[in-house]
Design a protein around this ligand. Sequence first.
Ligand SMILES: [Zn+2]
Ligand SMILES: [Zn+2]
Length: 116
Amino acid sequence: MGQNSFPKTVKQSITTKIQAMVNKKAPIETEDDRKADLQRLKECICNRKNTTIRCKRCANLFFGRILRTCPSHQNVVFLHDMHTCPVCVGPKGDLEELPIDFETYKKLVQLTPLRR
Ligand SMILES: [Zn+2]
Ligand SMILES: [Zn+2]
C-alpha cells in the first residue's frame, strides 16, 4: 500500500533497543515481572494499523494514524503519525479516527475531494 509510516527495519531496531534497555534494568525476572511485561506489551500500540482520520475543523479525510504515545514504548515516536491536520493545521484534538478501511476511504475521497 505504501502507507506504512516507517520502514520495518527501523521499527525493529528501535524496538530492539527499547527491549535491551528494559532488560538491563531487570536482570532477575520474577513471575510478576513477566506478567507485568506481558501486560505492557498487550497495551503496545506501535504496530497498530493505519485507519481513516477525519479532521473536525476542515472535514477532510486522511489515511494514517494519529500520533499517540505507546504505553509500552513511551520514547518511541513515529514521525509520520499525525500531530496536526495536514490541511488546516488544526490541533490533534480535532482529529478523529474512524473505523473505515483503505478501500472505503479511497471511495470516500473520490466523492469528497480535498477542500483546501
Ligand atoms: Zn509499543
Ligand atoms: Zn483540518
